[in-house]
Structure formats: C-alpha cells, structure tokens
Write a protein that binds this ligand. Structure first.
Ligand SMILES: Nc1ccn([C@@H]2O[C@H](COP(=O)(O)OP(=O)(O)OP(=O)(O)O)[C@@H](O)[C@H]2O)c(=O)n1
Ligand SMILES: C[C@](O)(CO)[C@H](O)COP(=O)(O)O
Length: 239
C-alpha cells in the first residue's frame, strides 16, 4: 500500500550498452522480437503504465535518432526523452537522472522486455513504502563460491540468495547522491541497488518473475521468442 503522496514517477530505461556477450553485429536492444526492436517492447510496458509520468530512454549517441523515429513509428502515447548514455551502465543511469524530474525513479534494463505491469506497480509501491525496492527471484540452483584455481570455497545457503532483476525503484535525490558518492570513490556497481546499499539505505526485495529475463547471450534470444509465443497463446500479446 502506498503511504506517501506522490507527485510523479519516472523511469530510466537504459539501452546504451554494446551487447558484447550477445556477439551480434547489431546491438542486442535493437534486435527484432516479433515485429519490433526489443527496446520498443520494453518501452511499451512503461508507456502503457498508469503510474509512469516520465520516461527517459538512454541510448548510444549514434542511436538517438533511430530510437526517436521508432518511438514515433510505434505510436507511443507519452513524451519519451531520448538521451545519450555513458561508458558503463552506471554512467548511463546517471545521465538519465540528470534529465529526470520525478521524485521517485525506476531504473529498468532496455533488454528486459517481459516485465509486467503488475511487477512495475509492486516494485514502485514497495519503494514508496520502504524507501527503496528491487525486483528479484529466488535462486533455483545450488550456488558455490569458487576460488581462482577452481576450488569450491563455500556453499551459501540458497534460501538467502535472490537473482536481482529490474526495475529497481528509489527516491531520485537518494539515487543521485548514491551515484555521486560511487563516482567520487571510483566504485562501479552492476546495479543501482549496490550504490544505494553503500549509502546504508535498506532495500526491499519484491518477488519478480522468472520470465523477466535480461536478454544477454544468444540462447536468451531463443528463450525470448518462446516466452513471447507462450504469452501470445495465452492471449497476453507480448505483455
Ligand atoms: N554503458 C552502458 C552499458 C549497459 N547499458 C544497458 O544496461 C542494460 C543491462 O546491461 P547488459 O545486459 O550488461 O548490456 P550490455 O552492456 O549491452 O551487454 P554486455 O555486458 O554483454 O556488453 C542494457 O539494457 C544495456 O543497454 C547502458 O545503458 N549503458
Ligand atoms: C541490473 C541487472 O540487470 C540486475 O540483474 C544486472 O545487474 C545488470 O548487470 P550486467 O552485469 O550488466 O548483466
């Protein structure tokens, strides 16, 4: 339940990566899934979401124009700002923050097109209630810690392990501070929660879904097609 008066919620969709692990000529966020580039499917979730009042898409500088033209072509209803990102994901998020006005901000990977409207709502509501929230799923495998020579050094209790997803939701002012402290200290994190945690802010985990995959390597593309087909069969379209 939302306990704080809200005057707007923005989302930063980061899509300025090179997709090294995908290894495709085209950056993975622009590969076609069904009839649209992956990043357009992702944007549509937020474009249709009633809580989202501000959308900032962060792309490579060379991709701003084609993204604007897709946004027009696919008939997005909200005004979406498209800006250029930075060398690391973290830098791209920070660029987005500099263009954001809303007091609450969600950060989402452009290559997670299967996030649902309900997951976005749950993450946002948990952030407003608890201060910061991330979507995640319980880890299904047994996870081992392994040293540089390949020896197992520990087996953490799986019950405390969650695989972190996006969106992640924060107070904008706090996230800006977290990014600026990280930058000053030369710290690069793989998600925004890590930066917020370093400020001592507690982050609530909200159960996401196993289908909210990040399209990272080629086999994820096959799985993405499969998820899309299953959703279509269930009459859910891509969402
Ligand atoms: N400098 C960067 C790096 C990443 N991202 C975005 O962050 C999201 C998650 O990152 P990841 O899957 O690691 O994407 P890439 O960095 O593109 O992939 P890789 O690490 O394989 O190069 C992606 O939507 C990606 O476009 C970004 O906006 N700016
Ligand atoms: C933010 C993220 O998607 C959460 O799982 C992830 O940390 C991105 O990290 P990657 O190392 O760029 O895949």
């Amino acid at each position: 339940m939302v306990t704080e008066v809200n005057t707007g919620t923005g989302v930063i969709v980061v899509a300025a990566g090179r997709g090294t692990r995908m290894g495709s000529k085209e950056s993975k966020q622009y590969l076609m899934l069904q009839d649209k580039p992956i990043v357009i499917h992702t944007l549509e979730v937020f474009d249709r979401h009633p809580l989202i009042t501000e959308i900032i898409l962060v792309t490579g500088a060379q991709d701003v124009e084609r993204c604007l033209s897709w946004i027009h072509e696919f008939g997005m209803t909200k005004k979406i700002k498209v800006i250029a990102g930075g060398a690391e994901r973290q830098h791209s998020v920070y660029q987005g923050l500099l263009h954001m006005n809303s007091p609450w901000v969600l950060v989402h990977d452009g290559v997670r097109p299967f996030v649902t409207q309900q997951q976005v709502t749950s993450c946002y509501e948990a952030a407003v209630q608890h201060g910061a929230a991330v979507l995640a799923v319980p880890v299904k495998d047994t996870v081992k810690q392994v040293d540089g020579q390949g020896w197992v050094t520990a087996t953490p209790d799986r019950r405390s392990l969650w695989a972190i997803q996006t969106p992640q939701a924060f107070r904008r002012s706090e996230l800006i501070q977290a990014h600026e402290v990280a930058e000053e200290e030369g710290f690069i994190g793989t998600d925004d929660s890590m930066l917020i945690e370093r400020l001592g802010v507690q982050v609530m985990v909200v159960e996401g879904g196993y289908a909210n995959i990040k399209i990272t390597t080629p086999e994820d593309l096959d799985y993405a097609e499969f998820i899309r087909m299953k959703k279509e069969l269930k009459g859910e379209g891509i969402k």
